[in-house]
Write a protein that binds this ligand. Structure first.
Ligand code: SAH
Length: 264
C-alpha cells in the first residue's frame, strides 16, 4: 500500500470539534496549532485573550502556520473561556496536571472516545478541547469549567509538551477514533445535552438562589459551587433538566423573598 492511500478524508463529525487556546503567549505557537489541526482535518480554532491582540495576523503565527493559513485566518477571538465554549455541549480540558475539584484526568484515547460518543449521539452536539497557556497551563477555575479532563501521560517530573505538540497529539488520536468509527453504525445511544451557555446561566441562578435561602455565604463561599459544578458536569444535563432546575431556583428565590417579607 502506498503512503498516499493512508491519507483519507476527514470524517464529517470532526467539523463539530473546536480547539480552544486559552491566553496563548507566543504567536508562533498559535500558528503551529493551526497547522497541527489542519493536517488532522480540524478547522475550528478559537483563541481566548491572547497576549498579542490580533495574534492570528502576527508574522510568527503566519510563518508557523505554513499552509494552514485558512484555519489561522478563520480563527475566532473571545474575551473569556465561557464565551468561547458557549455553544459546546461537551468541554474537555487538556491539562498536564490534575486540578482541585476538576474532573479526574484521563488518557487521550478515552477522551477521544468520549468526544466521538458525544458527536455521534446527536448532530447538534459540539465538543471543545481546551488548552491552557504555555507557562502555567489551565487555571483551577478554567479546569472546573470542563466536564472532562484529559492528560497526555509522560515521564514523571517532565511531562509538559509544547502547546502545539499537545494539540497535534490530541488531534491525531481524535482523528484515528473518528476514522475507526466510519464503517460502524452509531454505538452511542441518542441523547441531547445542554449547551454551555445555558449551563453557565443555571450556575449563576443556582448561586443566587443558594445565597437567597442561606445555603451559601457570599463572603465565605467555601467550595460549594466548584463541587456543584463537578456534580452537574458528571451528570451531563439535558436542556429540559436545565429548565427544571431553573424553575426550582426561581421558587427558592420567591420563597426566600416571602419569608423575608413575613419577618418584617
Ligand atoms: N506546566 C503547564 C504546562 C503548560 S503547556 C501545565 O501545568 O499544564 C501548555 C498547554 O499544553 C497545557 O495547558 C495543556 O493544554 C497542553 N499540554 C502540555 N503538556 C501536556 C500533557 N502532558 N498533557 C496534557 N496537556 C498538555
Amino acid at each position: 500500500m502506498s503512503a498516499q492511500c493512508l491519507h483519507v478524508s476527514t470524517p464529517a463529525a470532526l467539523a463539530r470539534v473546536a480547539v480552544v487556546l486559552v491566553r496563548p503567549s507566543h504567536p508562533g505557537n498559535v500558528g503551529a496549532c493551526a497547522r497541527a489541526m489542519r493536517v488532522m482535518g480540524l478547522r475550528e480554532l478559537s483563541i481566548v485573550a491572547p497576549r498579542h491582540a490580533g495574534v492570528n495576523a502576527h508574522a510568527d503565527a503566519v510563518a508557523f502556520a505554513s499552509h494552514a493559513l485558512d484555519v489561522l485566518e478563520a480563527a475566532r477571538s473571545f474575551d473569556s473561556l465561557e464565551s468561547a465554549v458557549a455553544d459546546a455541549t461537551l468541554v474537555i480540558g487538556v491539562s498536564a496536571e490534575p486540578r482541585e475539584f476538576a474532573p479526574e484526568p484521563r488518557e487521550p484515547e478515552i477522551a477521544a472516545r468520549e468526544a466521538l460518543d458525544e458527536l455521534e449521539a446527536n448532530e447538534q452536539h459540539r465538543v471543545a478541547f481546551v488548552f491552557g497557556t504555555e507557562r502555567t497551563g489551565l487555571s483551577v477555575a478554567e479546569s472546573q469549567r470542563c466536564q472532562s479532563l484529559c492528560a497526555i501521560p509522560g515521564e514523571p517530573g517532565y511531562h509538559s509538551l509544547n502547546l502545539s505538540q499537545a494539540v497535534q497529539l490530541i488531534a491525531y488520536v481524535l482523528r484515528r477514533e473518528a476514522l475507526s468509527r466510519v464503517a460502524r453504525p452509531t454505538r452511542a445511544p441518542p441523547s441531547s445535552h445542554a449547551a454551555q451557555a445555558s449551563v453557565e446561566a443555571l450556575f449563576e441562578h443556582l448561586e443566587r438562589a443558594l445565597v437567597a435561602i442561606g445555603c451559601l455565604d457570599p463572603s465565605h463561599p467555601k467550595k460549594l459551587m466548584p463541587r456543584l459544578r463537578r456534580l452537574f458536569g458528571r451528570a451531563r444535563l439535558e436542556p429540559e433538566e436545565v429548565e427544571l432546575l431553573r424553575g426550582v431556583c426561581t421558587e427558592a428565590e420567591r420563597t426566600a423573598a416571602r419569608a423575608r417579607q413575613g419577618a418584617r
